[in-house]
Design a protein around this ligand. Structure first.
Ligand code: FAD
Length: 381
């Protein structure tokens, strides 16, 4: 598609170069890349503001712990996030991530990753160095860790809304909030507020892919994954912007799970805390710029997600993080997040007809990959 628009102010009903369905981070990253490449863009979003997975997560761009092709996409995404943060002006410190090891088995995985990636990408830390970042009261079981300098942080409550605000003030971009897409036929998008037309349509609806394209969702066995999350004020004196990962994280991210020692970590955690493995825990936390901590998480999978959250799961996650920090955390908010998941792939990119492409990240790494995927898609137009 080479016919970039010369008229940069699309009006209601006017044809645009692109229609993007969904104003989560995947849709917004695509809109950002498209706008800066001179395309006119119409974003159509069912809600009145970003309200899906993209505002409910940790705001951790988990670059280093990706593997294979996704590692390249993650590094490309990192550049995109930094460009967007500069243009839009949102908080995106290059704060990295700290991985806490509380056993020799966990430390072995970090040593293996450091050997594979190099000591600059995975910087091994002593127990004292980890404790100095967390707290003097931090868990006495901490025996070391690693610092992953390439990882990025954003505030999930504000990053996507800030990008949307900025985009709707740019020439050639229009966002239609409160507008549900019902059908898409080669360049014609039928919505609850009428029809729109474009040369290219990108469907970025996350886990709701099965609403619009059930056969594609079924082919990739796309399900919903629900996570329990909580927020608490950070302990006095805690000022770390880095994401903090733990042994359970080593059972979930491909960068860790492909290490020879990863199975031993899973078995060890199952031995002393089987409930953490059973709930699919990734015990991790991040600090927002307002000083609150985002705490999580657990994973449960299904086509339809029930509304009832088991209190013991959140209590267990929060107590584990309290133990790591050596303090009691007082929860002020709890919520459920849902993202798309597929046992076959972490990313579905599917051409649906000559003008329509569906793009759903089917793993808990959509923030990490968003701008990398967008650069790839828009570069190929
Ligand atoms: C609790 C939690 C923690 C996570 N932590 C991380 C993390 O630290 N790092 C990381 O990289 N990833 C993380 N993730 C994953 C990441 O948040 C998601 O992969 C990413 O946000 C998906 O973005 P999206 O734009 O596809 O989806 P969404 O943000 O859900 O956006 C999809 C949008 O499409 C709209 N939509 C759907 N159907 C229609 C329709 N028919 N018409 C119009 N609009 C429609 C929806 O209203 C929604 O706004 C986490 C996810 C959760 C839930």
């Amino acid at each position: 598609m080479n016919n970039r628009s010369t008229s940069h102010d699309p009006l209601n009903g006017e044809r645009t170069d692109l229609i993007i369905i969904g104003a989560g981070i995947i849709g917004l990253a695509h809109a950002f890349e498209a706008q800066r490449n001179g395309y006119s863009v119409r974003i159509i979003e069912r809600d009145m503001r970003p309200n899906g997975a993209s505002i409910r997560n940790f705001g951790h761009c988990c670059i280093t712990a990706q593997d294979g092709l996704y590692l390249d996409t993650a590094y490309r995404s990192r550049e995109g996030w930094l460009s967007a943060a500069k243009a839009v002006g949102f908080w995106a410190p290059e704060a990295g991530a700290v991985v806490v090891a509380r056993s020799a088995t966990e430390l072995a995985v970090l040593e293996q990753l450091s050997e594979q990636r190099g000591a600059d990408s995975v910087q091994l830390l002593t127990a004292r160095e980890v404790r100095s970042r967390l707290s003097p009261e931090a868990d006495p079981a901490i025996c070391g860790g690693a610092f992953l300098p390439a990882d990025l942080r954003v505030d999930p409550r504000t990053a996507a809304p800030d990008i949307a605000d900025w985009l709707q003030n740019q020439r050639g971009v229009q966002i239609h909030w409160g507008t549900t897409v019902k059908d898409i036929r080669t360049g014609t998008v039928d919505t609850s507020r009428g029809e729109f037309h474009a040369d290219k349509v990108l469907v970025c609806v996350g886990h709701d892919l099965d609403d619009l394209f059930p056969e594609v969702a079924a082919r990739y066995q796309v399900q919903r994954c629900a996570l329990q999350m909580a927020m608490a004020p950070a302990p006095t004196g805690y000022a770390l912007d880095s994401a903090v990962l733990t042994g359970t994280s080593m059972t979930r991210y491909d960068g860790f799970t492909t290490m020879p020692g990863a199975d031993a970590v899973r078995q060890e955690i199952f031995g002393h805390s089987p409930e953490l493995i059973d709930m699919g825990a990734n015990v991790m936390f991040t600090r927002r710029p307002d000083g609150t901590l985002l705490l999580g998480d657990s994973h449960v999978y299904g086509q339809t997600i029930g509304p009832f959250q088991d209190e013991w799961i959140t209590t267990r996650l929060v107590s584990e993080i309290g133990k790591i920090l050596g303090t009691r955390l007082n929860v002020t908010q709890r919520w459920q997040g849902i993202y798309a998941s597929s046992p076959q792939t972490s990313l579905v990119v599917e051409d649906l007809d000559s003008t329509t492409t569906a793009i759903s990240v089917t793993s808990g790494i959509g923030m990490t990959l968003s701008f990398g995927i967008a650069a790839e898609t828009i570069g190929q137009l």
